[in-house]
Write a protein that binds this ligand. Structure first.
Ligand code: ADP
Length: 504
């Protein structure tokens, strides 16, 4: 067999990539899908768009190179994490739209739990900081707000899943209701140490256990595709949340190895091996990967809005026609003229964890130009990652001399150079920035023996470009101080908003 197919179901688009035996991309198909914003701070997807779009790109990627089902050794799935779907197990109809990880509708539910003093308990079991970001409160919201959902769930008629579960259930024609350990670790219902759904948390969120998927390793055969989809049965043999898949695809197999992804959100993960490290600096402890019965852990810093700020410049402000044009504008000016943009559109993630912070642009003058605003947006992506990096260095006690990058916006040379400058570290970009898909392919390929072991796939990692820091320490400290002042403004604004909401 010639290929492994990775299905990469991202926040803004679905992609299918066929990799050959040497880890080279042989075919790619991609499709963006609709983002649904019913209210400020709410984000949804239509689960049918997710499934149909993913199926379509998979078929297209195969057709482009004339690949048949029998040419594909296995499928690996990787997905936007935490996004929550509930569907009817008899007909596959979702009872509500997918509630996307970015959605803030359940922030008050989380505030209540925090006020009740439950943070430490949730943290110790799940490794997560209580936040609306994770699946638990989103699932609870669906059960509480969709008419009849709770009764039907209790009767065993409804299934819950993150996007991996939803895709695998559909791919296997409803035969496999599963998730992998990495995705389970993002639900805030899964005990990452004992590795089981946690009854106490299920009770807290009033979630019937019968609707939960079976938790499996990230690399194993979950089932085979229904013949109908691709004209033959293909084993579905790998699954991991997008960030964990990227860590694996970057071959960060050893403790201390780090990758930073610049997609819709920004995510830095450090492999911590068999040890689940508890953060003191606002990072999450999560499962990095599960192979056979073993799991490895990671420290993670998540930034909610990363490349998405460029999409905002493109779609809402119409300042650029296409995301890559941001680089042209940013390099037209020598600096931002003192302008900082804090893209706290959905609150701030690590290391601040403030659900109420909102976006802020400060330092504007009459001479501020469009190019400076665009540059400030790109710089903000790098500053946010820098904050996470600082936290990671504190928690791990390791000084990060170099990081490996990937994701759509890592193609932006200006951004990567600025990242290297504000970090004062080397930034290494691999030739294949589709590391998320590559990671999913590795997992599937290893499960079916398409590749022998991790050593073999390690050779597929090739360097594209290295960025070295060029800023003086004085310039760096000045730039960072300005950024932290701007973040402070966004946090204070959020505090005001929260008080207003409380008084309403
Ligand atoms: P996801 O998998 O989360 O959907 P991707 O890894 O495909 O995201 O990255 C897409 C994001 O990166 C978009 O938000 C887009 O605006 C941004 N992006 C893509 N290319 C560039 C670029 N050259 N410069 C800046 N941002 C970019």
């Amino acid at each position: 067999m010639k290929y492994i197919m990775a299905l990469d179901q991202g926040t803004t688009s679905s992609r299918a990539i066929l990799f050959d035996h040497s880890g080279e991309i042989r075919s790619v198909a991609q499709e963006e899908f609709a983002q649904i914003y019913p209210k400020p701070g709410w984000v949804e997807h239509d689960p049918r768009d997710i499934w149909r779009g993913q199926l379509e790109v998979a078929r297209k990627a195969m057709k482009q190179i004339g690949a048949k089902a029998e040419d594909i050794a296995a499928i690996g799935v990787t997905n936007q994490r935490e996004t929550t779907i509930v569907w009817d197990k008899t007909n596959g109809q979702a009872v509500y739209n997918a509630i996307v990880w970015q959605c803030r509708r359940t922030a008050p539910m989380i505030d209540k739990l925090v006020a009740e003093g439950l943070s430490a308990k949730i943290r110790s079991k799940t490794g997560l900081i209580p936040d609306a970001y994770f699946s638990a409160s989103k699932l609870a919201w669906i059960l509480d707000n969709v008419e009849g959902a709770r009764e039907r769930a209790e009767k065993g008629e409804l299934l819950f899943g993150t996007v991996d579960s939803w895709l695998i259930w559909n791919l296997t024609g409803g035969k496999a209701h599963v998730t992998d350990v990495t995705n389970a670790s993002r639900t805030m219902l899964y005990d990452i140490h004992h590795r089981c759904w946690d009854q106490e948390l299920l009770d807290l969120f009033r979630i019937p256990a019968c609707m939960l998927p079976e938790v499996r390793p990230s690399s194993c055969i979950y089932g085979t595709t229904s013949e109908y989809w691709f004209g033959g049965e293909i084993p579905v043999a790998g699954a991991a949340g997008d960030q964990q898949a990227a860590l694996f695809g970057q071959c960060c197999f050893k403790p201390g190895e780090v990758k930073s992804t610049y997609g819709t959100g920004g995510f830095m993960l450090m492999n911590t091996g068999k040890k689940a490290v508890t953060s003191k600096s606002g990072l999450l402890t999560t499962i990095a990967i599960g192979i056979s019965e073993e799991v490895e852990y990671a420290l993670e810093g998540s930034v909610f809005v990363s490349g998405a700020v460029v999409q905002w410049l493109r779609d809402e402000l119409k300042l650029v026609d296409a995301s890559p044009d941001s680089e042209y504008f940013a390099t037209k000016v020598k600096d931002t003229g003192g302008v900082y943009l804090v893209p706290a559109f959905t609150g701030l993630g690590a290391p601040y964890w403030n659900q109420y912070a909102r976006g802020m642009m400060v330092g504007l003058t009459r001479s501020t130009t469009k190019a400076q605003m665009i540059r400030a947006a790109l710089e903000a992506i790098a500053y946010q990652t820098m904050d996470v990096c600082t936290a990671m260095e504190k928690d791990s006690g390791i000084s990060l001399k170099s990081i490996q990058v990937d994701g759509g916006a890592s193609r932006n040379d200006f951004l990567m150079q600025f990242q290297s400058d504000v970090l004062g570290s080397v930034v290494c970009r691999p030739k294949c920035v589709e590391t998320t898909a590559l990671g999913a392919a590795f997992l599937a390929g290893l499960a079916v023996g398409f590749w022998r072991d991790k050593e073999e796939v390690k050779h597929f990692w090739n360097m594209d470009k290295v960025f070295m820091p060029t800023m003086t320490e004085r310039e760096r400290q000045k730039a960072i101080a300005g950024w932290h002042l701007a973040v402070d403004c966004a946090l204070r604004w959020g505090e005001m908003e929260r008080k207003l909401q409380e008084n309403e």
